[in-house]
Design a protein around this ligand. Structure first.
Ligand code: PEP
Ligand code: MG
Length: 426
């Protein structure tokens, strides 16, 4: 209804552009109450220098997307918003969370110098982007990339990623105008991504919609707690045709590279089994149609709920790999909404409770002999690298701009012994 009202209003007022971000001048900083993932899908990032929002926290999707695009973002800035007017000159420092409105010349000069020195550091890191990350102790660590589109797969591989550890398939669904994207559209995107990766792994996560990620053509109804509601694998398991379409496209694309399928927000072995059964059904259909797919395709689980951590040993006995999604895992372990700035201090992925959850997951994977990576934003935090290595993490998946700096960070660390006791990491 809101969308229809918006359309009517736009037509009556003579506005033709449906995209509120069309025609931005290069170097624009977008300042908004809130930016949803579908807003960001409309934005031309070549013209956007940064984003500032009143809502959100560092792991909300607007931040994740900004990081992927290599632009600065400040979220949870509600108090500063009143002081900013359209057309103001702004400086934003995403690292320190600073916003400077109408800077004087000396301030502008200082920040230009800071920005140039950041750029030089980035260029230094880029020199080692395409060489492996080996700790001083000689341990080889895999650094993969996160992507939300085929273009971002390209960007991550160009930035030195050794494969894609998380392909967020929902952006394909958000960009689809006329309803759910069909099997052929999806197949072409997955095939393209698989071909780009070649032998390198490409982990595609099935539709992770709900929570803060909506689809314009899908009705979620009213939910009191959307992050605890109908989202991710729960949606897929209850919308059989939508799930089937995606799985068939993934399976058909699996012969074009090293494609793996990962299920989001798993909370029990039963859920994983149901997802796996849906894959087997699609395989049987493809067999009947004599269509090619990889019968040995690996199926993995995102560990992003406390329940999954608790049953990580049981999941590890059935899944072929884990990827730890610390963005959601942190909000669920800490009971602190990842998009609410008032509880952002609690939504801390370095909290002992989250560290223990990570250590328990890695220990369960190690005992079962399966791979476990991390694709949440924590993987890119240079302050977390040492303890993650210490807890035994061997595969990091981060946004394209973070690949080279992370490899450089790993090279500076001696790798301490992997702690054997689950939950020992403090
Ligand atoms: C996560 O939850 O850590 C994750 C990688 O998934 P998303 O941020 O897309 O929810
Ligand atoms: Mg998640």
């Amino acid at each position: 209804v809101r969308d229809v009202c918006g359309r009517i209003r736009r037509i009556l007022t003579g506005e033709t552009a449906e995209n509120p971000f069309a025609g931005l001048a290069p170097g624009t900083i977008v300042v908004a109450e809130e930016l949803t993932p579908s807003d960001t899908a409309l934005m031309d990032f070549s013209r956007i220098a940064g984003v500032v929002t009143a809502r959100g926290s560092v792991t909300s999707h607007v931040c994740i997307i900004a990081r992927a695009k290599g632009i600065a973002a400040i979220v949870g800035a509600s108090e500063c918003m009143l002081e900013i007017n359209t057309g103001d000159k702004l400086i934003i420092n995403g690292e320190m969370g600073e916003i400077i409105v109408a800077p004087d010349t000396a301030t502008e000069r200082r920040y230009r110098a800071l920005s140039a020195s950041r750029k030089r550091h980035g260029e230094h890191c880029l020199k080692g982007a395409h060489t492996p990350a080996v700790t001083r102790g000689g341990r080889r660590i895999a650094v993969l990339g996160n992507a939300g589109s085929v273009a971002e797969v390209h960007a991550a591989l160009d930035a030195g990623a050794e494969g894609i550890g998380l392909f967020r398939s929902e952006f394909l669904y958000m960009q689809s105008r006329g309803g759910f994207p069909g099997e052929q559209t999806q197949f072409e995107a997955y095939r393209h991504a698989a071909e780009l990766c070649g032998e390198r792994p490409l982990v595609i996560r099935t539709l992770d919609i709900g929570g803060d990620k909506a689809l314009p053509y899908m009705d979620f109804g009213h939910e009191e707690n959307p992050f605890l509601g109908w989202r991710a694998i729960r949606v897929s398991l209850s919308m059989h045709d939508v799930f089937r379409t995606q799985l068939r496209a993934l399976l058909r694309a699996s012969v074009f590279g090293n494609l793996r399928i990962m299920f989001p927000m798993i909370t029990s072995v039963g859920e994983f089994r149901r997802a796996e059964a849906a894959v087997r059904e699609c395989m049987a259909e493809l067999d009947a149609e004599k269509a090619a797919y990889n019968p040995g395709i690996e199926l993995g689980v995102m560990i992003e709920t406390p329940a999954a951590v608790m049953v990580a040993d049981l999941l590890a006995a059935e899944a072929r790999f884990f990827s730890i999604g610390t963005n959601d895992l942190t909000q669920y372990v800490m009971a602190a909404d990842r998009g609410n700035p008032r509880v952002a201090h609690l939504c801390d992925p370095s909290d002992t409770a989250v560290r223990r959850s990570v250590a328990m997951t890695l220990a369960a994977a190690r005992s079962a002999g399966i791979e476990a990576g991390m694709c949440g934003e924590l993987a890119a935090d240079p302050e977390a690298t040492a303890w993650l290595l210490e807890a035994g993490l061997e595969e990091f998946s981060v946004s394209a701009p973070a690949v080279a700096p992370l490899k450089e960070r790993i090279r500076t660390l001696d790798l301490p012994e992997v702690r054997k006791t689950p939950g020992a990491a403090e």
